[in-house]
Design a protein around this ligand. Structure first.
Ligand SMILES: C[S@@+](CC[C@H](N)C(=O)[O-])C[C@H]1O[C@@H](n2cnc3c(N)ncnc32)[C@H](O)[C@@H]1O
Length: 252
């Protein structure tokens, strides 16, 4: 148990398999997931970086994983932010660099995105980022303790535009309730989306969650920065004529 604590994760005895493709992860889930399977081959430079850094900076989330000891993993006690669906991590990196006193965990199922972030973390010598590969719902349920997060960021979650796919959207009332439970009082949920229908659904679910209240960064001081860089995904969305809706709540 002591060695596991030092590694920052008190977990099941099975060693993490970093080569599991996302679609196999998806099949093992009995619930509907919010992610698509994607090919995720790494370049040889990315493989090299992954092999060197993943054991220290990354973890594979399993439905059987136990709660993280983030103080051991980061080697300090600092406000903790979870970014869900970080893609290739452009926002993760920039926001972590702008707030070196805040620790950031990036969650993603897409291995190549995590590998890109890992390379950038090394290149830019950023010490306050850790990565988890897996379904964010598993991560919130099993790895994150209640009341432990100062922030949760969800930037451009997959919109699943077809009506028959709406059940796959990540930000449903149940997930928003789970996020509210994992935030500490004053913790911030920051969501951005370019899909108007999804924005409405998120607004309704966030406003209906009794543990959250809307906040306005122009008039209120918030626990974390809400200044985001514009990612490639967002640039494409804007060029396609989509407006971006930014929503912010604070844990009561
Ligand atoms: C549209 S992309 C946005 C990426 C990034 N946030 C950005 O703004 O460029 C959504 C990302 O969320 C990831 N994702 C979707 N559902 C997820 C889940 N349940 N857990 C972890 N990642 C998820 C997808 O793999 C994808 O990379």
């Amino acid at each position: 148990m002591h060695a596991q604590r030092e590694a920052g994760l008190v977990t099941s005895p099975k060693p993490p398999d970093i080569n599991l493709p996302a679609q196999r992860d998806a099949r093992r889930h009995s619930r509907t997931t919010s992610f698509r399977s994607r090919r995720s081959a790494l370049s040889s430079a990315q493989k090299d970086t992954w092999e060197r850094l993943w054991p220290q900076l990354g973890k594979q989330a399993e439905a059987t994983s136990k709660a993280l000891d983030t103080q051991v993993w980061f080697g300090r006690d600092a406000p903790l932010v979870l970014e869900i669906g970080c893609g290739s991590g452009a926002s993760t990196l920039a926001m972590a660099q702008s707030e070196p006193d805040v620790d950031v965990i990036a969650v993603e199922v897409y291995r190549r995105g995590l590998a890109q972030l890992l390379s950038a973390v090394e290149r830019e010598n950023v010490g306050n980022v850790r990565l988890i590969r897996g379904d964010a719902v598993d991560v919130l349920e099993h790895l994150i303790a209640p009341g432990s997060l100062t922030g949760v960021r969800v930037f451009f979650p997959d919109p699943w535009p077809k009506t028959r796919h709406h059940k796959r959207r990540l930000l449903q009332p149940a997930t928003i309730g789970l996020i509210a439970d994992r935030l500490r009082p004053g913790g911030v949920l920051h969501v951005a989306t370019d899909h108007p229908g999804y924005a409405e659904q998120i607004a309704e679910a966030g406003d209906a969650e009794p543990r959250l209240c809307r906040v306005d960064p122009d008039t209120q001081r918030l626990a974390i920065s809400v200044v985001r860089p514009t990612t490639k995904y967002e640039t494409k969305a804007r060029h396609a004529g989509s407006a971006v809706t930014e929503s912010l709540w604070e844990r009561r």
